[in-house]
Design a protein. Sequence first.
Length: 358
Amino acid sequence: MVRQSGFFDVEERLRELSAKGDDLERIAALVDFAMFRAELEQAVPRADGAKGGRPAFDQVLMFKILLLQAMHGLSDERCEYLIKDRLSFMRFLGLGLADPVPDANTIWAFREALKRAGAVERLFARFDATLRAAGYLAMGGQIVDATIVAAPKQRNTVAERVAIKAGQIPAGWAEKPAKLRQKDRDARWTVKFSKARPREDGAPQVDLAVPAFGYKNHVAIDRRHGLIRGWSASHAAAHDGARLAEVIDTGNTASDVWADTAYRSAKNEAWLVERGLVSRIHRKKPPGRPMAARTRRANARKSAVRSAIEHVFARQKGTMGLVVRTIGIARARVKIGLANLAYNLKRFVWLSSKAAPA
């Protein structure tokens, strides 16, 4: 017969989780989530209760649930289940075993409200201001790059793809509203090329072309702390270099900007010069000619710095499981923005532990 668990049993289990190292507990200890309340209350105002019904869940609680989703790559349904199942999730949210838990529809509705209010950018900026106030200034220059964020693949005909790219609704879709709601007309297919290393005998290998469907997360991190300071979202086929001005952080204490060859253009170089920024962007290989040895060496030195941004994308796509399960660029922007904010939260905890005395 299974023994009925009591309050002290739960407390003992939580102490064991703390002893093993609970990242969520460390985040809750370091971050005062009340800082987001003003923006959240403006974006998602609560009803006054005059019409009766169940009281609405607290906005900060709901926001923390969205961050849990972003940190663990959870769907709304899976997030609801795990909040009820995991003591570490409940402790992070300040919930007890007897407290009500928002269901999947409530989570979806809250995220939709943030989307309509365009609040994610303000929430990201609010935490960035807190980081700077805590001493984590953007320093050492900045590194810019983009990564593809996968979305559910769309199986459309050639004619349908042509209509979507032209900004039109394909023939027959308007008469089927259920189908139209499930069709993502903002995401795009693109091809990601992977350079193949030459064989040991020096013979060249065939480069790999990998098709991908979804969106892009464009970010700029500061070189000193590795925190995301600027970001933007687009469909996967968007040109990286065209988003340089959207992600650059003008508050960085150094003027250097590192990026790969996708960002090298006369327009971007002129834009950087006008703002007193120094281009450390990779130079492209001259068409039909071998790259000069000094250019190759300069690019290698830049790569040693620029590679730091790959750790950001590896974390987001690895342990955080970043994908876009929603439909449309507006919802994708919310998901990507929350993932960038969640990354900064986890990075802040790591930086704080590194700075703490042994």
